[in-house]
Design a protein around this ligand. Sequence first.
Ligand code: ZN
Length: 132
Amino acid sequence: MIQIKKEVYERMIAHSKEGYPNEACGLLAGRGAVCTAFFPMKNVDESSISYFMDPKEQLQVFKQMRQQGLDMLGIYHSHVASEATPSQKDVRLAFYPDASTLIVSLSDRNKPQLRSFRIEDEKVSEEPWSLV
Ligand SMILES: [Zn+2]
């Protein structure tokens, strides 16, 4: 179960829409199971069907999280035209089993849909999430 502060959720949805028509991505951090911080990231793929975070930007954000005493709790990206389920590539490239994989689907742009997953050893399980 992952809990997301309302303002973090709203920033993530807004960031997804700003990235349209490309996939958008970012990191969520906090303490325990509550995401209290949102870090928007560049999608260096600049693609509507994939994303890749800039490793340098990622290191800088990891450093900021450490300085703020936060753990990375979630890795988010958007799907611009498909459902909020992990693609084969998403599953293959899920390197952080302790973090949630969050996907925002914009297939209905007026009604973005968020789903959260745990991916470990290429096994996917959906997990519930809630706003706090
Ligand atoms: Zn994806």
